[in-house]
Unconditional design. Sequence first.
Length: 120
Amino acid sequence: MAYDPNNIFAKILRGEIPCSMVYEDDHTLAFHDINPQTAVHVLVIPKGPYQSWDDFSTNANDVEIAALIRAVGKIARELGVAEEGYRVLSNIGEFGGQEVPHLHIHLFGGQKLGRMIKPA
Ligand code: 5GP
């Protein structure tokens, strides 16, 4: 399936709809989730047109991959959640529960997060 350039995060990247930005570099953008699940809930996305972790890990170049991974850590430290701990998660595809078809890393923190997840 081809990347859908009309997905909501592509529109955010093009500046067509607003976001509450927390971080940006040449390859990566991060912003607060519009419907936060935890005290801190940030989405970290690559600027390139990658649908999912599967697509990104196959097709992104090493600079893009390093930028995304380093950005997640940097954002966590800047938001003050690194010391007490946080969680990163990416939903991939149908079984993963992915709603927006542009790779995004959820960064959850600012509170105790409990155990992992329950299957549907
Ligand atoms: P997924 O289920 O695809 O892993 O997560 C999609 C996430 O995107 C959800 O947590 C949802 O709240 C968030 N989201 C959906 N639309 C928007 C939007 O327009 N702006 C922002 N900031 N977050 C959004």
